[in-house]
Write a protein that binds this ligand. Structure first.
Ligand SMILES: Cc1cc2nc3c(=O)[nH]c(=O)nc-3n(C[C@H](O)[C@H](O)[C@H](O)COP(=O)(O)O)c2cc1C
Length: 201
């Protein structure tokens, strides 16, 4: 999109310094993000990682974007299978998120089916998922942005709360004070960080 001439911002005379990476990370850490697990297939082997860099691109047609570290097993798998699945994790799936972010076998003890056409593993115990075919892949810095067209998606656990990552901790959401209601419709005894959150007394 090109802006009308009068609205084009003037180029600053002095080049601005980029902020230090540590400062950027600190501020980004305060962007609350839903935790996902992204999967793909590499030479028929399942690959996958925990990821928060996921966003909706368009609804017509349904497309979404993920940002994966270049050279990671998952990025290589997405390149190879030209497809990926994004799984939205429920708040009681922190163990999955930890496993898919750590070194070692990410799929140990994890139930999944393979999509027939692409071979992409689709995880069973999730809040919801999207299956995407890659339409664009763009290298930026040390990441690859994959834009996928959604060919399948489903909410698998309606009413479950999501797993959220904020300030370097896994958390679950609470309703705002202006929206009274049950915080815990289905029961959980674990509290990942929000003060005052827990089972109703
Ligand atoms: C909460 C959280 C969010 C993450 N988000 C991303 C992400 O969006 N993109 C990415 O490339 N790595 C992300 N990571 C790191 C990967 O999960 C991690 O490097 C993983 O081991 C890569 O697996 P792989 O090399 O088998 O693909 C995240 C880690 C955590 C704990």
């Amino acid at each position: 999109m090109s802006l009308p001439e009068a609205e084009v911002m003037p180029v600053p005379e002095k080049p601005r310094d980029t902020v230090p990476t540590q400062v950027f990370r600190e501020v980004m850490g305060h962007l609350a993000s839903g935790v996902t697990i992204i999967t793909a297939a590499q030479q028929a082997a399942p690959v996958g990682m925990t990821a928060t860099a996921v966003c909706s691109v368009s609804a017509k047609p349904p497309m979404l974007l993920v940002s994966l570290t270049a050279g990671s097993r998952t990025a290589l798998g997405v390149e190879q299978s030209k497809a990926f699945a994004v799984h939205l994790m429920a708040h009681d799936s922190q163990n999955y998120a930890e496993q898919f972010a750590a070194a070692g076998d990410h799929f140990a003890g994890v139930s999944y089916r393979r999509d027939e056409q692409t071979g992409v593993p689709v995880l069973q115990d999730v809040l919801g998922y999207f299956l995407c075919l890659v339409e664009h892949a763009v290298d930026i810095a040390d990441h690859v942005l994959f834009v996928g067209r959604v060919v399948e998606c489903e909410v698998k656990a309606p009413g479950h709360h999501p797993l959220v990552y904020f300030d370097r901790k896994y958390r679950k959401v609470a309703l705002s004070e202006s929206q009274p209601g049950s915080l815990e419709p289905w029961g959980s005894t674990q509290d990942y960080g929000l003060p005052g959150w827990g089972l109703p007394t």
